[in-house]
Design a protein around this ligand. Structure first.
Ligand code: HXC
Ligand code: NAP
Length: 291
């Protein structure tokens, strides 16, 4: 059931949506669904050949228009050129999805300054560059009913060891989401975020849980629902948040992680493994506490 598309046909018709990182992984899955729902989609990242192959595949599948544009989101001039191409092709842009990211697992003391800068550059500066360039254009042209959706993660607010550059950068993106949701609301621009738990993609899994460590660090073990996410589940949520159905949702971060981050947060969640017999014993002991 959770693999089913959620919104009605044509729910995004008439919208042009830029998806950074749209050539692969979750960006590709969101782009596919946006296109199925009638949107024009611009997918952008550094590797043009990957984008072109994805655009072709999605256009064949959905019958929609998918424009591949190469752009390194760390470079503001390239971002401006990418937006200009999107605008020239489709007339105007209605939605930005900041999905592009860089990440890898590593003890922080092993990182070079450049490694830190690389991830912060893609995730935080890249999201700022795209948001700023498009926001300036929307405000100048008095284009309202626009929306930005930022893909963060749950460790944007909890932090996480071994992915510290990513955690710092995602925390910054979350702060930008909440800040601009208020500041730019007067211009008719909404800003929300999604915080996914584990959704297997090649890009993330090769860098975070590479073979042969996949069984040892099986991420679904720390998810109360004991499974990873399905891409369509995330695409459904993203489509809702960029659609007019969510017109009153602004400044929100929606977690979609099967309860994962709360599993670690709740003091007594480690009692999950206690058997029925052990609970009988514990009950006797705790009742005794009264006397
Ligand atoms: C230590 C590393 C490293 C590693 C790179 N570096 N990989 N250090 N361990 N595994 C260092 C390099 O030595 C270099 O520092 C610096 O980082 C920059 O590396 P480059 O390869 O020159 O950078 P670049 O070509 O810009 O590539 C960026 C990248 C790469 C982030 C390093 O992995 C990439 O392109 N990633 C894009 C896709 C991606 O990461 N997807 C996963 C998103 S998952 P020096 O000092 O040597 O110059 C996600 C959330 C998942 O974000 C949450 C899951 C639940
Ligand atoms: P992915 O497939 O590796 O996606 C990352 C994308 O970012 C790639 O398409 C990559 O394309 C692009 N990118 C990287 N550097 C770029 C740059 N400098 N300029 C432009 N584009 C760049 O990984 P994913 O798992 O789908 O991740 C998508 C998003 O979900 C990310 O924001 C990630 O943090 C978030 N997320 C994922 C998970 C998960 O479990 N998968 C969990 C939580 C959050 P190029 O290499 O062609 O540039």
């Amino acid at each position: 059931m959770y693999n089913q598309p959620m919104l009605r046909e044509d729910a995004l018709k008439g919208k042009t949506i830029i998806v950074t990182g749209g050539g692969t992984g979750l960006g590709k899955s969101m782009s596919r669904y946006f296109s199925q729902l009638g949107a024009n989609v611009v997918i952008t990242s550094r590797r043009l050949e990957v984008l072109e192959a994805t655009a072709k595949e999605l256009e064949q599948e959905t019958g929609g228009k998918v424009l591949p544009v190469a752009c390194d989101v760390r470079d503001y001039e390239q971002v401006e050129a990418m937006i200009a191409k999107a605008t020239e092709t489709f007339g105007e842009v209605h939605v930005l999805v900041n999905d592009a990211a860089g990440n890898f697992i590593s003890p922080t003391e092993r990182l070079s300054v450049n490694a830190f800068k690389s991830v912060i550059g893609i995730v935080l500066e890249g999201s700022i560059n795209c948001t700023l360039a498009l926001g300036k254009q929307w405000i100048k042209n008095k284009q309202t009913n626009r929306t930005v959706l930022n893909i963060v993660t749950t460790y944007a607010w909890t932090g996480s060891g071994y992915v510290v550059p990513s955690a710092c950068a995602k925390a910054g993106v979350l702060a930008m989401t909440r800040s601009l949701a208020v500041e730019w609301a007067k211009y008719g621009i909404r800003m929300n975020a999604i915080a996914p738990g584990p959704f297997p993609t090649k890009g993330a899994w090769d860098r975070l849980v590479p073979e042969p460590y996949r069984d040892k660090f099986d991420l679904k073990k720390q998810v109360p629902l004991r499974r990873v996410g399905e891409h369509q589940e995330l695409a459904n949520l993203a489509a809702y948040l960029v659609s007019d159905f969510s017109a009153y949702v602004n400044g929100e971060v929606v977690t979609i992680d099967g309860g994962e981050w709360l599993q670690g947060a709740g003091e007594f969640n480690l009692f999950d493994d206690v058997s029925g017999e052990q609970w009988d014993m514990i009950e006797q002991l705790t009742r005794k506490a009264k006397s």
